[in-house]
Design a protein around this ligand. Structure first.
Ligand code: HPA
Length: 281
């Protein structure tokens, strides 16, 4: 939890200042895309790209999750300047929530207006088929460590932020319409946050289904909360890489998640490109 507000703001602003200095006269993109499982290839598709390893950015954490790289890419996608986070930070890695969401704060201070979060998740809704895509419209985060606990940083946002539109309806429509026009199957769904790193139990999945969840995963929600706290518009896309615990009768494995994320990769990357192409931000 943050205790010293000015130290934290200085750390965020120090990281932002470093990124600004590297970009110098290139200008600051207004869109940031977080590359979850299966989206890695997008990092190679940016034109005129610059790559900054997280370890070079003062105050930035370094991601440890398998399959997650650790660099910020600045380049053009569909002709538009974007930030791409190639690797994110998860609570299960041992970071406190202010570290998990640190990059979001930095993006906010840099003036980023839209954040596209992508992830892999387990399907809870029985209509879902691996490896389809889901546009996240809302989330369940009852069991998450509260992201905004501690003294509020009023420079970032309000003490009690409304949560009715954490996922921006207009951006979500752009995502869904882009998928439809590309003939990519997508549904809208509620994402349940799981702290991990263990997968859920079958009983937890049955409970989450009753509560209205369509899919479950270990990322995205803290970042979406921090971003919406700062007034950054959020869209989120999930790839159903496996049916959640207890549904298929098989044990869940990281390999299944990575394999199915890779199967969806071409569609996921094409969809993100088209989403950016249609953004008017
Ligand atoms: N549960 C939690 N996180 C996940 C899953 C899952 O079934 N699949 C991919 N990420």
């Amino acid at each position: 939890m943050i205790t010293d507000i000015s130290e934290f703001i200085n750390r965020v602003d120090g990281a932002a200042e470093y990124i600004r200095s590297v970009l110098s006269e290139r200008g600051i993109p207004s869109v940031c895309i977080v590359l979850g499982s299966g989206l890695g290839p997008l990092s190679k598709m940016a034109e005129e790209a610059i790559e900054i390893p997280y370890k070079d950015i003062p105050g930035f954490p370094v991601s440890t999750a398998p399959g997650h790289k650790g660099s910020l890419i600045i380049g053009k996608l569909s002709g538009k300047p974007v930030f791409m986070m190639n690797g994110r930070f998860h609570y299960y890695e041992g970071y406190p929530m202010e570290t998990v969401t640190f990059y979001v704060r930095v993006m906010g201070r840099l003036g980023v207006k839209a954040l596209l979060l992508t992830n892999a998740s387990g399907g809870i809704n029985l209509e879902m088929k691996v490896p389809e895509l889901v546009a996240i419209t809302d989330h369940l985060s009852f069991n998450a460590e509260p992201v905004l606990r501690g003294p509020n940083i009023s420079e970032f946002g309000t003490r009690f932020p409304d949560q009715c539109h954490v996922y921006d309806p207009e951006l979500t429509d752009i995502l869904v319409n882009s998928a439809r026009d590309l003939n990519i199957r997508i549904s809208r769904g509620v994402y349940a946050y799981s702290k991990g790193p263990q997968y859920e139990t079958p009983a937890e999945i049955r409970a989450l289904r009753v509560l209205g969840a369509d899919c479950v995963g270990m990322s995205t929600v803290p970042e979406a909360i921090a971003a919406s706290h700062m007034g950054i518009r959020v869209a989120a896309m999930s790839c159903i890489t496996n049916m959640a615990a207890g549904i298929s009768g098989n044990a869940l494995s990281e390999q299944e998640v990575l394999d199915n994320a890779a199967l969806a990769s071409e569609n996921s990357c094409a969809l993100v490109k088209e989403f950016v192409n249609r953004l008017n931000i």
